[in-house]
Write a protein that binds this ligand. Sequence first.
Ligand code: PGA
Length: 258
Amino acid sequence: MRTPIVMGNWKMHGGVSEARALATAIRDGLKRPRVEVAVCPPFTALGAVAEGLAGSPIGWGGQNCHWEEKGAFTGEIAPSMLTELGCRYVLLGHSERRHLFRETDEDINRKVTAALRHQLIPVLCLGETEEERRQGLTFTVVEGQLRTGWAGLGAEEIARTVLAYEPVWAIGTGVTATPAQAAEVHGYLRGLVSELASKEIAQSLRILYGGSVKPENAAELTQEPDIDGSLVGSASLQPQSFITIAKKSASKGGSSKE
Ligand code: PGA
């Protein structure tokens, strides 16, 4: 059985003291979560979040990284800098990185490969725009993003990754994909994983949904057999909302003992 993951993407929110308070509130509200839980704060707050979450079951990760180990890359962060701060995960290919910062599938592939080399779990984000969905291109778009994002990886490496399906039209808009819309794409992606790695790996790989996940819709989304938790943006900045989402996502992992 796949254990769901509920991951908070704090984006560019939270200085050190705010992040510490948020992490501590989440830690106190989720002492024994029945799902895997992690938060991705801004880089500058990672140290404080790591201190606040040390010894708790809640993990943390970066929102991005570069593919090089070091060098003249002003403003960038190497994967080893994340592992040094205890990060378990790194978000890669988030739609804001793709669209606002022009990251290409090839860039993202280099990042995924570098993250794996440093024992980080890359959470590869995929998703179509509203226009692409209207044109019936959803499967084509996510398939292209997956094939290029994972190019050159062997089955054993694919098994160490997580996917996040995040339709661009659902991110930060308050419009959530219906469970059926999300499930259709998750099923398609799982079929591709089977082809690119193996049937067994496809059965164990976690595919998260992201895009306006809230306490009110977390349970119905996670109840879909192919949806293994969520990547939560704005609702992850409110400790009580995030805690509730984590508790409501436990349907596949058993009920929460909180
Ligand atoms: P949202 O963001 O929950 O605010 O829609 C999700 C994300 O960008 O990962």
